[in-house]
Design a protein around this ligand. Structure first.
Ligand code: NAG
Ligand code: NAG
Ligand code: NAG
Ligand code: NAG
Ligand code: NAG
Ligand code: NAG
Ligand code: NAG
Ligand code: NAG
Ligand code: NAG
Ligand code: NAG
Ligand code: NAG
Ligand code: NAG
Length: 657
């Protein structure tokens, strides 16, 4: 064994001596300048076996779209090569990093683009041979460029990010259907991406080394792809051949960026809640626009004159945005040409915590109709300003969120109001009639002035109670007059301003109101009292017969509504009983507040339930509905501890019934 090892060593030594001898001869044959050139060109194809091998590896890795550091390093060698041999293939349009290109195309065509990675290559070109050798070792990180020394220290993650290329395509226009009966979805473009110089025009039939292995069809007019490579990125956008029934071409936007997706689509959430609808409008509010709660950020949002958000709505039975649902420019182009809806939109700090939110009021809708809605943000905002917390940073091409469906109400007896001067958190449909249909201000003033007047009288009463005292003189250790006033206001605005639903709405929590009035369209009062359940003795034989005579059903919640507003028959989502309990608990006993007891309580108040996101079973300030989602944080504030006052009994509060 030791003999064999010795002989192996000997043969290695021999080989070493021979190679060295050859090198010495070579040294004498080549001039020093030639030698330097050879070193610089060492990776040209065919120049040396080592160079060729690295080239192949780089292409494989680029093709798989998961180039590691080795691949990235090799990619530079390739770029280096290409820069010596010539420019990109003709018919390939150059893309600028982070800039969009808008292009038109026709059926059967493929349009080619390239993002050249010149800056990285230039940086690397200055490196000496020594650093390159170390790179060959598989440790790209050891390369050090003077300008970027600091950056290098920030670790692997950062280096990988720098190599990431984000490609996105959005259709802005698509072929039209030639027949009115359209059963098929519109034909979609496909995205082909290659990071290999061998395939500079990826497309159908030219699929060698495609990132991801295959073409990516656009869905809803949108596709994206991200790859890690330092090589050039070649993009092909292919338009399919049209089948019968379709004509025309496409217009699309394409962008490649090293910073993040230029266009984006979020299919996880709607980002929007429905506050309420009436027969011709709908009111929506977004989630918090920022998680930052410092006042400078909040003021910056509130003072924004132009909201960067847009909401689009389409008649659900129409063609609408089909085929372009995920594309900002597509939605814009379809919306402008197809309907009369108007969308008022602005930033508000109402509806929870004073954090900025986008508010949308969609008007000119048709009664009893379902609509498909889309939320879009389409302004080039800095991401520091527009902080969507967990979601990806926003590119200049904007973002579309998951679509949602909403339905307008049937009758004009309910009307959405918001922006009340006193009841600032009130925003929902209230009992109304046709004379207020195009006069929100008059309706708001009736309800809000009443609430403000009651509150004024309440504060007078409260001021006669020893509120300012501290310690043992205070009426409660846990609650003081500030709490009392705030709970009174919450309760007053909710109990005085009823939340209205269509007469035809179904739901256990709905209370029939004003059942003896004719409908606003002149049709006679309802005779069927089918869909409501409540806590009275419903099995009593004369129950149905007497509904029309019971005050709880025969009239609206308050007399002033019947006198001044005169709505038709409608249903009411009752205020949550915990608002009443909180009031009784927070306020001094001298004020003599008390909540009604059963069975009367069930005619005046509803009870909160868990796990009801899409249905509001009782009303409270800031109650909103989730769109589409099963589970979410839709139901706002929860008050704790009210059951402690469950023993309090007494006469109905003056507004209770
Ligand atoms: C090169 O690889 C060898 C052995 O794998 C290792 O010891 C050395 O540290 C590497 N050099 C660099 C610069 O990473
Ligand atoms: C479109 O049709 C032409 C001619 O039939 C065919 O060569 C081409 O491959 C087709 N393109 C696609 C994308 O199917
Ligand atoms: C990329 O596209 C997919 C599918 O459409 C989508 O779910 C994802 O959110 C997109 N990514 C971005 C950043 O838009
Ligand atoms: C959507 O949800 C998936 C899975 O929960 C997550 O991986 C993805 O990042 C989310 N996309 C966006 C745009 O938030
Ligand atoms: C802002 O948020 C921080 C942490 O989330 C919290 O500590 C702070 O109290 C908040 N400030 C205000 C004014 O709400
Ligand atoms: C919605 O579209 C359908 C079909 O085009 C039409 O019958 C209906 O009148 C439309 N509704 C509205 C409100 O425009
Ligand atoms: C838009 O308004 C015009 C004029 O009032 C009307 O003729 C047309 O049908 C409306 N379009 C839709 C989609 O409702
Ligand atoms: C929105 O912001 C407010 C105030 O900062 C906070 O109380 C509330 O929990 C936030 N809502 C969500 C859903 O994060
Ligand atoms: C509703 O549409 C009609 C035309 O159909 C228009 O005259 C009216 O101004 C619109 N109303 C609103 C509130 O946008
Ligand atoms: C407020 O108090 C005054 C004086 O007691 C009374 O005339 C008025 O009706 C009260 N207003 C309300 C809304 O109760
Ligand atoms: C009432 O109590 C809250 C804390 O519970 C306190 O912030 C507030 O200043 C108190 N108001 C008065 C008038 O004492
Ligand atoms: C009241 O009317 C409903 C529907 O009309 C009916 O189902 C129910 O049995 C009636 N109740 C009584 C006690 O007759």
């Amino acid at each position: 064994m030791s003999l064999r090892r010795l002989s192996r060593l000997q043969s290695r030594l021999l080989a070493f001596v021979l190679v060295n001898a050859l090198l010495v001869i070579a040294y004498w044959l080549f001039t020093p300048t030639n030698f330097a050139d050879a070193a610089e060109l060492h990776s040209s194809p065919g120049d040396s076996l080592v160079g060729l091998e690295f080239l192949r590896r780089g292409e494989e890795e680029g093709g798989e779209g998961n180039a590691d550091e080795d691949g990235g390093y090799v990619g530079d060698f390739k770029y280096f090569d290409r820069s010596l041999t010539g420019r990109a293939v003709e018919g390939v349009e150059g893309l600028e990093d982070g800039k969009v290109r808008e292009v038109e195309t026709l059926a059967g065509r493929v349009t080619h683009f390239v993002l050249e990675r010149g800056t990285t290559a230039k940086r690397r070109r200055n490196l000496g041979v020594e650093e390159e050798r170390r790179g060959v070792n598989g440790s790209e990180g050891e390369e050090v460029d003077e300008e970027e020394e600091d950056e290098e220290e920030e670790g692997l993650e950062r280096r990988q990010n720098r190599n990431q290329v984000f490609v996105s395509v959005s259709s802005c226009r698509q072929p039209d259907a030639t027949t009115r009966l359209r059963f098929e979805d519109p034909p979609q473009l496909s995205l082909y991406v290659s990071a290999s110089d061998r395939n500079q025009q990826p497309g159908p039939g030219n699929e060698e080394g495609l990132v991801g292995g295959k073409a990516i069809p656009l869905v809803g007019g949108y596709a994206n792809l991200s790859i890690s490579t330092t090589n050039n990125v070649y993009i092909g956008v292919s338009a399919p051949n049209l089948t019968e029934g379709w004509q025309g071409g496409w217009q699309f936007e394409v962008a490649a960026s090293t910073k993040g997706f230029y266009h984006s689509y979020n299919q996880n959430e709607t980002f929007l809640f429905l506050i309420d609808t009436d027969s011709d409008s709908a009111l929506f509010v977004s989630k918090n626009l920022t998680s930052n709660n410092d006042s400078a950020t909040i003021d910056a949002w509130r003072d924004l004159t132009d909201s960067p958000f847009t909401m689009f709505a389409f008649n659900d039975t129409e063609w609408g945005a089909r085929g372009l649902e995920r594309s900002v420019c597509g939605l814009k182009s379809v919306f402008n040409t197809s309907n009369n809806y108007t969308v008022d939109n602005r930033i508000t700090t109402k509806f929870g915590g004073g954090s900025p939110k986008a508010l949308f009021h969609v008007q000119n809708l048709t009664a009893d109709t379902s609509y498909r809605g889309y939320l879009v943000v389409d302004t080039d905002m800095t991401t520091s300003n527009l902080d969507f917390s967990a979601t990806a940073p926003l590119g200049a091409g904007g973002r579309v969120w998951q679509q949602f469906i909403f339905t307008t109400k049937k009758d004009d007896s309910c009307q959405v109001i918001f922006d009340l001067p006193f009841c600032t958190n009130t925003a929902y449909a209230v009992p109304s009639s046709r004379k207020f249909k195009s006069d929100d201000a008059a309706l708001i003033s009736i309800y809000d002035a009443k609430a403000a007047a009651y509150y004024t009288n309440f504060t007078k009463s409260l001021s006669q109670i020893a509120c300012e005292t501290t310690g043992s003189a205070q009426y409660s250790l846990a609650r003081n007059c500030t709490d009392c006033a705030s709970d009174y206001k919450d309760w007053l605005c909710t109990a005085l301003i009823p939340r209205c639903e269509d007469w035809s709405a179904k739901g256990d929590a709905l209370q029939m109101r004003n059942v003896n009035s004719p409908f606003l369209d002149g049709s006679p009062p309802p005779s069927d009292f089918v869909s409501s359940t409540f806590a009275l003795n419903r099995s009593s034989p004369d129950f149905n017969a007497t509904i029309g005579e019971r005050a709880a059903f025969a009239k609206s919640r308050h007399a002033f509504i019947d006198e001044e507003i005169q709505p038709g028959p409608h249903k009411e989502i009752l205020p949550c009983e915990d608002l009443c309990f909180a009031l009784v608990r927070s306020c001094p006993a001298q004020l003599q507040f008390a909540c009604p007891i059963e069975p009367a309580r069930s005619l005046a108040y509803g009870r909160r339930q868990d796990n009801t996101d899409t249905e509001i079973v009782c009303n409270f300030p800031g109650a909103i509905r989730s769109l589409n989602l099963r589970r979410s944080a839709a139901v706002g504030r929860v008050r704790g501890g009210w059951w402690m006052v469950g023993v309090v009994v007494g006469v109905g509060v003056w507004l209770g019934l």
